[in-house]
Design a protein around this ligand. Structure first.
Ligand code: EPZ
Length: 423
């Protein structure tokens, strides 16, 4: 069922919004809870369809999973091999994170090769190369990846690219390998540090998480833990840009400013005021924004997951802005939809050139992926008139109670379910 948004834009966002727990920290931490036969309790988990899918997969693998008010309890006393996971695992790339945990726990994992999506081919070669370095035998047949190992052993793994997922997969497998694993050129995103904290609470010995060299001294017994995930820095960044684009003033609660350094710097460079408090951020916008040059990069560089949102802001800023995407090979599909709203955006290779205009015009647009949806919602909120947005299920993957939070800030967002919309 494809829900739609009807957004009556043009009014500024004002007020306070509480940010939810991080989707991209919750997913690997839910997987890591499979590494022990004990019960773990994970709090601050957002209600998102991606999380719901991951919980379904844990259950299919034989774990008992309970959910209550953002708290998920996982008890994986014994695990099934997981060969029947295919259908569900196909819908979400993050399911490939299960490979490291299945290998570590069962000595074998069998998962579908994740498909590409609107932002790129999304290969898993770095995951597989790393797991092979730990002693796993890898085979790929008919789109199914099987990894097996009688005993995982610590090793040096050097990643060609600081892949977030590969870092997480290898870290989890390495906690159960005999000996020390040194992961070089590891991803340094805050979600990696949160996963390492969870693993260390379990009894693992991970050092250096959040830096490019992570060491895992594996083979120690792992027990159940209680943990609260970090706030979602991309949801926070999205609301900051929405406040700026609608020329509003918004206070964000439950955030970690440290995780948003590059985003705060770019908003200030564009002319917004950003005040930092303990666990809070306050954003208010100038009348006019100046153009920006942005190049995405692995953390602590400018996050690729904030690239589309800034394009929506720059569409109605002064001058000419340029955004280069260096992390994914094709993350500009959404610009076609912004152009349907009158944005002046040219696409050249790995960059887009945005010529700011006074105002966008309402249109009927379609979401191609999660953060593209965030960009279109921001564009609609800053545009006089009613914009219709198809494909809201993409937003439901990564933003908890989005329309309620936006309407709580003075927006006018109406969600219409498909059968009603067809009448
Ligand atoms: C994680 O995806 C995030 N998802 C993404 O957020 C985020 O955009 C991305 O990291 C980069 O920060 C989750 O954490 C669930 P990568 P992941 O492996 O792990 C290439 C969102 O909107 N690569 O760091 O899949 C890959 O093709 C999502 O919340 C290989 O070539 O990202 C890409 O170009 C979107 N081979 C680059 O590395 C591999 O084996 C970065 O990918 C793995 C990755």
């Amino acid at each position: 069922m494809e829900d739609r948004y009807f957004i009556e834009g043009g009014s500024s966002l004002n007020g306070t919004v509480a940010i939810s727990g991080s989707k991209n920290a919750s997913l690997p931490i839910l997987v890591a809870s499979l590494l022990t036969p004990d019960r773990s309790v994970i709090s601050g988990v957002p209600y998102l369809s991606d999380i719901g899918n991951m919980i379904k997969m844990l259950t299919e693998l034989g774990a008992q999973v309970g959910c209550q008010d953002h708290q998920v309890t996982v008890h994986a006393r014994d695990l099934q091999p997981g060969d029947q996971l295919c259908l569900l695992a196909k819908t979400m790339r993050a399911s490939f994170l299960l490979m490291g945990a299945l290998l570590a726990r069962n000595g074998r994992g069998c998962l579908p090769l994740p498909g590409g999506c609107a932002i790129g081919a999304r290969p898993v070669n770095l995951h597989l190369k790393g797991l092979a370095r730990l002693g796993a035998e890898i085979s790929i047949e008919k789109g199914l990846v099987t990894a097996s190992a009688k005993r995982l052993r610590g090793s040096e793994v050097c990643l060609d690219f600081p892949s977030v997922g590969a870092t997480e997969n290898i870290m989890m497998a390495a906690t159960c390998a005999q000996g020390v694993t040194t992961l070089v050129n590891a991803a340094a995103e805050p979600e990696i540090a949160d996963l390492a904290l969870f693993l260390n609470k379990m009894g693992a010995r991970v050092t250096g998480a959040g830096t490019p060299v992570v060491q895992i001294d594996g083979g120690h017994p792992l027990h159940g833990v209680v943990h609260t995930v970090i706030p979602d820095r991309i949801e926070a960044g999205t609301f900051m840009v929405a406040a700026a684009a609608t020329r509003g003033q918004v206070r964000l609660k439950q955030v970690i400013p440290e995780h948003l350094r590059a985003v705060i710097a770019k908003l200030r460079e564009a002319g917004a005021e950003v005040e930092e408090g303990t666990g809070e951020l306050f954003v208010w916008a100038p009348r006019e924004f100046v153009p920006l040059t942005i190049e995405t990069a692995p953390h602590p560089g400018f996050p690729t997951d904030m690239q589309p949102q800034f394009a929506a802001l720059m569409a109605t800023s002064g001058g000419t802005s340029r955004i280069a995407e260096t992390v994914f090979e094709s993350r500009f599909l959404y610009t076609q939809e912004l152009c349907r709203m009158g944005a002046c955006i040219e696409y050249s290779g790995d960059s887009i050139i945005i010529r700011g205009i006074k105002a966008l015009s309402p249109a009927r647009v379609k979401i191609t992926d999660l953060r593209a949806g965030a960009a279109l919602a921001i564009a609609a909120l800053s545009t006089w008139g009613e914009t219709e947005i198809d494909g809201i299920y993409h937003l439901d993957r990564g933003y908890e109670e989005l329309e309620d939070k936006l309407n709580g800030l003075g927006a006018r967002v109406r969600r219409v379910e498909e059968q009603a919309a067809n009448l």
